[in-house]
Design a protein around this ligand. Structure first.
Ligand code: G3H
Ligand code: 13P
Ligand code: ZN
Length: 340
């Protein structure tokens, strides 16, 4: 049963010139679309669940949907990850729910507090065989809301929010994290840049130097495809000036600078919304949810399949190698699954 932690995935991605896509799941159609795309492309994947997703869908439902996917594709390497966990208690709950990976995001706390809660989360998760991602620096979008800053104010001052390479090393050594989410100029959501997209690739390079062997994660990595924004705007939506990270820049971060995990949520939401709007506008008599959620699911599958290709994440075809690596490590699974 290749449900696994992210370790075998990152072992290979670290210097393999590819990254694992981490896709947010909030309902059945999203989970099915993502898993179908990754199965079709034989690509390892991370299904990630936020606190908001837990609240919206209820964890029991999400867990059973993911279990169904694991049953349907038993050869597909899948990790279940908590996205932006904000407390050690939530981390512990997710470990008890069968997550194989968790994120403790203490990046909005003062540094010493971030170190303290991250180290606590690592201790609890590792004791159960679960790996931990944490974050240093500040991304735009959701996170600037925490400190009450306008998105464009963030863009103007981005330098001072980027991850500090020396601090990253201290943080890694003091907490024992397994991967690090870095702030390199990306933002969450559909409005990432007012001007041109500009990522601080040199920061990735510097952090790779101060933290050799530590897999790096890029949040806020949706590309906000024009195709979906145009559909949304054509069919009654209002998303002017939406802008994401061009796929070529994601590819550069992955293949040239070694980023191992790329988080994508906004593009899933956009694909779903665009298709549903299109059906509603072009078939106003339609009222069977299967006839708008179905096309939405198909659009998501197509979009995810494109992201797995060599010109973006380059992880299509890597499933078999990841499974071999997992077996080489002794097929490790969290205590939830082994009862040990
Ligand atoms: O980075 C955040 C993800 O897009 C999850 O968003 O908290 O609205 O589920 P959410
Ligand atoms: P996007 O908003 O760019 O999809 O980022 C998602 C993310 O980082 C989830 O943690
Ligand atoms: Zn994020």
């Amino acid at each position: 049963m290749p449900l696994m932690t992210t370790k075998p995935m990152f072992d290979l991605a670290y210097d393999g010139g590819f990254a694992i896509g981490a896709f947010n799941v909030n309902n059945m159609e999203l989970a099915q679309a993502i898993v179908e795309a990754c199965a079709a492309e034989k690509s390892p994947l991370i299904l990630q669940i936020s606190k908001g997703a837990r609240k919206y869908a209820k964890m029991g439902y999400l867990k059973h949907i993911i279990d169904a996917a694991v049953e349907e594709y038993p050869w597909l390497p899948i990790a279940i990850h908590l996205d932006h966990g904000d407390t050690v208690d939530l981390v512990k709950t997710c470990v008890a729910d069968g997550f194989t990976s968790v994120m403790l995001d203490g990046s909005h706390h003062p540094y010493e507090e971030n170190v303290k809660i991250t180290a606590e989360a690592v201790k609890a998760a590792h004791a159960a065989g679960v790996v931990v991602e944490a974050e240093l620096g500040m991304l735009g979008g959701i996170e600037e809301d925490v400190v009450g800053m306008d998105a464009h104010e963030y863009e103007k001052n981005v330098e001072k929010f980027l991850t500090d390479p020396q601090q990253a090393r201290d943080y890694w050594k003091r907490t024992g994290i397994d991967s690090l989410a870095v702030a390199i100029g990306t933002s969450h959501g559909a409005y990432k840049f007012k001007h041109e997209s500009k990522l601080a690739f040199n920061r990735i390079e510097q952090i790779m130097e101060t933290c050799p062997g530590l897999p790096l994660v890029m949040h806020g990595s949706s590309s906000v495809p024009e195709e979906f924004i145009n559909l949304v705007n054509k069919y009654g939506g209002k998303m002017p000036n939406a802008k994401g990270v061009p796929e070529a820049q994601i590819n550069e971060a992955v293949t040239k600078y070694g980023v191992c995990k790329v988080n994508i949520d906004t593009d899933l939401r956009l694909a779903m919304t665009a298709k549903i709007r299109e059906v509603f506008a072009t078939k106003p008599a339609e009222f069977d949810p299967r006839n708008y959620l179905g096309p939405a699911r198909e659009a998501i599958t197509g979009m995810v399949r494109r992201k797995l290709q060599a010109n973006v994440l380059n992880c299509a075809g890597k499933a078999e190698a990841v499974i071999a690596q997992w077996k080489k490590l002794g097929s490790p699974l969290p205590a939830f699954y082994t009862g040990k």
